[in-house]
Design a protein around this ligand. Structure first.
Ligand code: PA5
Length: 453
């Protein structure tokens, strides 16, 4: 399993910037309280994400459907945004070939290429319209609410283009929806037109939904073993049931971030030394920011809490960000994602008796990782390391569940609701109002003076 090391957060390593070892054992009471609170919320049906690792049968069905798409389509396009896109991208880059879409059909074993449309920049959509053979494409429109403007605008554009290319009656055969079981525009269309539709459990929030059909359908379409993802996440769920902090990586992650936040380290950097895991940081950024960035605590008091999550990539950002991390303000806590064994390695060829000759690329990669971790520690800068024995569906599932559970624990520690997103919802309402949606005009009343004509 993946392991979490917090050695480089301890006083014994960092001196005054470190945490005393006893602070881990002392957190037992907080962990027991958090476990009790989360269990209660889970039992009352509020925390749907807790149940997702157990949905192996659903995953089996998703995988069977995906196998049928292999002969019919070549491309799979996800149309969604935020929690309805970031997890899809993270799974794809973690678990498929880095140039998956350039592989031949036989190299892909017939599985589909994947494209994710998660913006409404017209150039992005035009690019898709210009290049993709829509006749060979299946579009997965994903929206928890089924109403998000970005997602629907792109759906309408794509639908119209498809109707022109394949005819009105055939167009609907190129869609699969993933949405709320009852509510929203997508559900309405699905009922009217019989478009195959996966349910998003109503008690699973967008940023906690990657282990639901939201993330699993596109992963299965590209041939990822989604059952193994769930098996890994289940193993982590079981591991994190304990009330012993030392054995509970999700809690340790949340607790150490919380303690350092209280010490004004409010920038939380996730830095994988793995290109495959780069988009996991992007997914984590949403999870951490939307779950923990809150104006009010549970009693309604204004608290304005929230760490700022930052994504970085080793070694690339050693030549961009690391100078700041090592010498800049003491306001960061870093988490390294470290991989022990890579699926492939390369030997640097012999040239000019150069010191690099004959050494492996992975040794260079790992040496740079070690160098960054050591340089930070020497400057009294704390870091955590999450180590992967290797990258596979099971331990990616472990990581996802661990970070989701950590967000839930952090919500308990900060005493805020980690599962709502009033700021995001407000943005959606104002957008509806500005776009002239009936019944939303009055939302602009309080904002008029800040809106440029
Ligand atoms: O986490 C969240 O709830 C949000 O970021 C949503 O994922 C995002 O706004 C997209 O919403 P929806 O899936 O309803 O289209």
């Amino acid at each position: 399993m993946i392991t979490l090391s917090y050695t480089n957060c301890l006083q014994s390593v960092l001196g005054k910037n470190g945490l005393p070892q006893k602070i881990i054992a002392q957190s037992a009471k907080r962990l027991a309280e958090a476990n009790r609170a989360l269990k209660k919320q889970s039992e009352s049906g509020q925390l749907g994400f807790f149940d997702l690792p157990d949905q192996i049968q659903d995953a089996k069905k998703i995988q069977e459907n995906a196998n049928q798409w292999r002969g019919k389509f070549e491309n799979f396009v996800v149309v969604g945004i935020g929690g309805s896109a970031l997890g899809n991208i993270a799974l794809q880059s973690a678990l498929r070939h880095p140039n998956w879409n350039l592989l031949s059909k036989s190299q892909r074993k017939g599985y589909l290429r994947l494209f994710v449309i998660d913006n409404v920049d017209p150039t992005l959509i035009q690019g898709l319209l210009d290049t993709l053979d829509f006749k060979k494409t299946l579009f997965n429109v994903i929206s928890k609410s089924g109403t998000t403007a970005e997602c629907l605008a792109n759906y309408f554009l794509i639908r119209k283009a498809l109707e022109k290319k394949v005819g009105i009656s055939q167009a609907k055969k190129h869609f699969v929806f993933t949405t709320d079981p009852q509510k929203g525009y997508l559900r309405e269309v699905s009922g009217r037109e019989g478009i195959p539709t996966y349910d998003i459990p109503p008690n699973v929030g967008g940023r906690f939904s990657v282990l639901s059909p939201v993330g699993l359908v596109s992963a299965a379409a590209t041939g990822i073993d989604i059952r193994k993802i769930l098996t890994g996440s289940r193993a982590m769920k079981i591991k994190c049931r304990t009330d012993r902090p030392i054995n509970n990586p999700a809690f340790l992650f949340a607790w150490i971030h919380y303690l350092y936040y209280k010490k004004n380290r409010n920038i939380h950097v996730m830095m994988p030394y793995s290109n495959q895991l780069r988009d996991v940081s992007d997914w984590f950024r949403q999870l951490w920011a939307e779950s923990l960035g809150k104006k009010r605590d549970r009693k309604g008091h204004a608290v304005y809490v929230g760490p700022t999550p930052v994504k970085a990539l080793g070694v690339t950002d050693q030549h961009s960000q690391v100078q700041l991390y090592i010498e800049g303000p003491q306001d960061k806590l870093l988490t390294f994602l470290s991989v022990k064994a890579f699926d492939h390695d390369l030997t640097i060829p012999h040239y000019d008796r150069h010191y690099l000759s004959g050494q492996s690329l992975s040794k260079l990669f790992k040496s740079e990782e070690q160098a960054t971790i050591a340089a930070l520690a020497k400057e009294g800068r704390p870091s955590l390391t999450l180590t992967f024995p290797r990258i596979d569906p099971s331990n990616v599932g472990e990581l996802i569940f661990m970070l989701e559970q950590a967000a839930a624990y952090a919500g308990e520690l900060f005493n805020i609701n980690a599962f709502d997103q009033p700021g995001v919802e407000l943005g959606k309402l104002l957008t509806y109002a500005l776009m002239g949606r009936t019944g939303y005009r009055n939302y602009l009343d309080d904002y008029k003076k800040w809106i440029n004509p």
